[in-house]
Write a protein that binds this ligand. Sequence first.
Ligand SMILES: Nc1nc2c(ncn2[C@@H]2O[C@H](COP(=O)(O)OP(=O)(O)OP(=O)(O)O)[C@@H](O)[C@H]2O)c(=O)[nH]1
Ligand SMILES: [Mg+2]
Length: 343
Amino acid sequence: MKFSIIGLPKSGKTTIFNALTHSVAEDKFKKENTKIVKVPDLRVEFFAKTFSSKKIVPPEIQVFDFQGFELKGEVRNVDAYVVVLRKFENPLHPFSGPEKPIDQLKAILEEMVITDLSIVENRLNSLKRIPDKKAVDQSEVKVLEHCQTLLTDGKLLRLHIKELPELNYLQGFQLSTLKPSVICINVSDEYIGKYDSPEFKNILDFCREFHFEYLFLPGATEEELADLNEKDAEEYMEAVGIKAPGIKKLIEKSFNALNLITFYTAGEKDAHAWILTQGSTVYEAAGKIHTDIQKGFIKAEVIHYADFLKCKTIAEVRKEGHFKLVGKEYIVEDGDYIVVRFN
Ligand SMILES: Nc1nc2c(ncn2[C@@H]2O[C@H](COP(=O)(O)OP(=O)(O)OP(=O)(O)O)[C@@H](O)[C@H]2O)c(=O)[nH]1
Ligand SMILES: [Mg+2]
């Protein structure tokens, strides 16, 4: 899973990148930062303990942070965006964008629409230049023309194109308005605990109307928190009035935006968390583990984490009858522990 942190220049992208990735000494002026974030996951730790696994493999996401604001190349080559909106004063680092978060978001979305429209129109033009009309897939042309109409009307493709055949045609283009975005309002500490104040009402209404996941994050404070040990972090959080590090919430929201769930495999060798799209079958899950396991799939044994928690050992789980023997079509649930039987 890959995420790009985007936002207008000096909105606090690198600050949030540092908080998220626990990098303390990042150079704020580097053009591009990237890091793998191991997502904290209590369930994989539980499975590791239960199976005395030698190694833990938590879910991983790759995060990118770019200087300034451009929707070019690598920036777009991701599964989702974290869109940072600035709501803090910093006279040393003045901001040239609009003061209100909602206007920043509208400017960013407008840029996404324009970029997507030019990609779609370029593709349409190159298809039109092909002399042999029979060589052109007319279904693709139809899908692109539909996108062109939507984008010309300023619409976000994500809210209008949801069916597989259409989505398949658009897969390779990295269209920004087709990707989920998590809106992250980067606030100064004075706003902590005041997120329901009237001045945020319009941005929150906007996020709800357009189905964006959103959250508030005091970026500078979160960056400092990431640098502290657990005890100091707790004291600091209490002092500023934060219940839990916002970064965990950011990951949660990103998972929601992408409809992701986690399933687990575990044994002596390792306890492994795997990321999967909600609604996937156990057959697809097997493919994540290994193509050979998918090819030879016979049945799978499934136990939900919650049942495991009640029983503690696998023998007890079996005794209590929490084991489900399922076929290829079983839809994996978030928190399932899976053993694939294959030949
Ligand atoms: N007071 C305050 N300052 C912040 C906050 N977040 C970031 N800053 C400061 O604002 C300045 C810009 O933050 P960056 O994280 O570098 O912003 P950026 O979006 O990465 O900027 P570019 O990469 O140049 O586009 C830095 O000096 C940060 O320390 C915040 O929540 N509160
Ligand atoms: Mg930066």
